[in-house]
Ligand binder design. Sequence first.
Ligand code: H13
Length: 260
Amino acid sequence: EVALDRQDEEDAMKDFQSSTFVPPSELIEQEPEHRMKAEIVSENVDHNWSLAYEDGDMKVYRRDYEEGGIVCDFLKATHTVTGITAREMAHYFFDIDVRMDWETTLDSSKILEQLSDSTLIVHQIYKRVWPSSQRDTVFLSHIREMPTHDAGERQVNEVGRPWIVMNYSIEHPDAPINKFVRAVAVVSLFCQTLIEPRQEGNKLNRDHISCKITYISNVNPGGWAPPSVVRAVSKREYPKFLRRLSSFCQNACEDKPITM
Ligand code: H13
């Protein structure tokens, strides 16, 4: 930090008082309706992104990106899942004990090291996707409730703090690269709880809650694979993954008390 002397401080104060700039914290949370709204707020996705898939609340965007001829497209998806909270969604995405119940792309998923309750090192082996070689990944997986100051823009009807799971590739001596092509990725699942306003005295139940998810991923498949195959596989697999994880969570939570 640079200390201001008295004169600088007075000048800065005058500038501030005469300026029409409104600090972000005093801006309203949601942009009101107007004819240019779509131009300025479209899920933080600009013209570099294209909508790859849409179905109801689910939107999957991608941005083309190649590294040395290898497709490493950026992916961003948003979805709203009814009946569950952010904490529940993040928990089931993180929990390796239920992974095989919703992941369809895997042969196996195993913990190499548990560093804490919220941080794991995981080794996963994927099913072979014809005509490319079989892949594996080793990644650090971390779950946490976001600190308020990092929580970002709040949604309409959002309650509590967001939860996030981050998966990112690392190396580990217990899983050297040998049999498979090592894919590397940075993935995160950001979850926010929304609660519908309800009449006073009405007890909160699962019909009032939903979880808004924002999923981002950047996967480098690790060795050359035909771009058309990689893009076709991701176009099919991401929506499938979002649907399966969502219904898995809804079923798992159905008869359980709500965990905020
Ligand atoms: O995020 C998904 N799954 C996570 C839990 O299994 C693991 C994932 C991860 C991937 C890679 C490295 C580290 C973590 O977070 C869902 C993944 C959805 C489907 C992916 C389809 C990818 C297509 C690429 C084609 C390559 C040949």
